[in-house]
Design a protein around this ligand. Structure first.
Ligand SMILES: [Zn+2]
Ligand SMILES: [Zn+2]
Length: 151
């Protein structure tokens, strides 16, 4: 592997855009096993048909809700998917339990939906979305490597 990707050039930016819109291979967005670790309160784990494995905590997923309202809220606050909202500097910090879904169910063959304990349930997490926001070291590394350039 070379380190050519570190070079900054307008050409690379174009390549980046193409990269983001690049359709993922079908096997990369086909889950072989989906585990919702509800009782453990841990999160979601997916084994993909291409052999990749992804895992997300419920807290992360809640903050990555792909519904229009949450996406807009995150855009306005400049938060990335999964990034927790800034805590207000409270005098007496209140304990907020980490987000957990009350239930989860498949939406057709393409997505999973969570009914969060806070009453929110509008987000449909498609397999493609989840694969794109995979939090494994490999995926997050390649993300920071291509998009982590300061403006
Ligand atoms: Zn939402
Ligand atoms: Zn990954």
């Amino acid at each position: 592997m070379s380190h050519e990707g570190i070079r900054i050039a307008p050409k690379d930016e174009l390549a980046q855009e193409a990269e983001q819109k690049r359709p993922l291979a079908r096997i990369a967005i086909t889950p072989e096993k989906v585990r919702v670790l509800m009782t453990e309160g841990k999160g979601l784990e997916i084994d993909w048909a291409d052999g990749h494995r992804s895992a997300w905590s419920f807290a992360w997923l809640r903050e990555a809700c792909p519904c229009a309202t949450c996406v807009e809220e995150r855009n306005q606050e400049g938060r990335k998917a999964g990034q927790p909202r800034p805590k207000p500097a409270a005098v007496l910090p209140m304990y907020t339990p980490p987000p957990k879904p009350q239930s989860a169910h498949a939406v057709g063959r393409y997505a999973i939906q969570f009914n969060w304990q806070d009453g929110h349930s509008g987000g449909i997490y498609s397999w493609e979305y989840l694969r794109r926001v995979c939090q494994c070291t490999e995926c997050t590394f390649s993300e920071t490597e291509t998009t982590g350039t300061p403006n």
